[in-house]
Design a protein around this ligand. Sequence first.
Ligand code: 21W
Length: 274
Amino acid sequence: MKTSTKNAETNSVSTKGAKKSALFFSSITLFPEMFDVIRNYGVIGRAVKNKIVQLDCINPREFTRDKHRTVDDRPYGGGPGMLMKVEPLEKAIEAAKNKHPDLSTEAKVIYLSPQGRKLDYELVKQLSQQKHIVLLSGRYEGIDQRLIEQQVDMEISIGDFVLSGGELPAMIVIDAITRLLPDVLGHSDSAVEDSFEDGLLDHPHYTRPESYLDSDVPAVLLSGDHQAIEKWRLQQRLGQTWLKRPDLLAQKKLSDSEQALLEEFKVAYQAKEG
Ligand code: 21W
């Protein structure tokens, strides 16, 4: 078993002698149990176990004082739906920020909201440089605008569709950031290889059997010619991006050899599809 020790002063963990920086997530949520999904399974679960990331949930309900532990309140101006009650939320944010007061940088407070900046690889990469991220998940119709203005550093959306709350988006943010941290992924699924770093989609993959419903694995993948395989994969990545995400390709500066590979793909595609 891997043993790791953590130094509270420097916010670093050492595993088998190698130093690395830990990232703390504080999740403010009315549904902390939802986060057990990422805490206990897969790549992120292992990162939590190895103390590469820490994930604490803070429930605003714990900061209520009334008999019914009320966490919702009515919107000024009327209309359907409720908002999250200000005082418990304010106290939860304060408690989250104070979780790691000894860090060199302050916590970044992120409110997951449909009004936010759309999450993409650039933003995930930028956030992976932080030490402490507070993720505030809204429920009901959202939170008081003054809390956003005074307590929130950034609003993030995961796309233009309506969800029931911020918890799933918060978990998506945690998953995407954690994958980019050093030592979270093994060599077999390295972050560099499948990142959006080079702005291209992935190439197609094949496994056994060699022939499936009369359709064969591309011969080059069985050739053992690693140079030819790498060339084919790059050509597929260029071609698939051209077919499916022309917006990504438009942003990318292609080298002469990449341009030639893409032109060859287009010719073959047009010959096949007409
Ligand atoms: C959804 C709360 C809609 C309030 C337009 C005008 C966090 C989310 C969420 C939610 C409304 C994210 C309305 C993508 C999401 C989230 C809950 C407002 C009425 N719509 N990213 N008026 N999509 N959603 N509904 O829903 O908290 S990040």
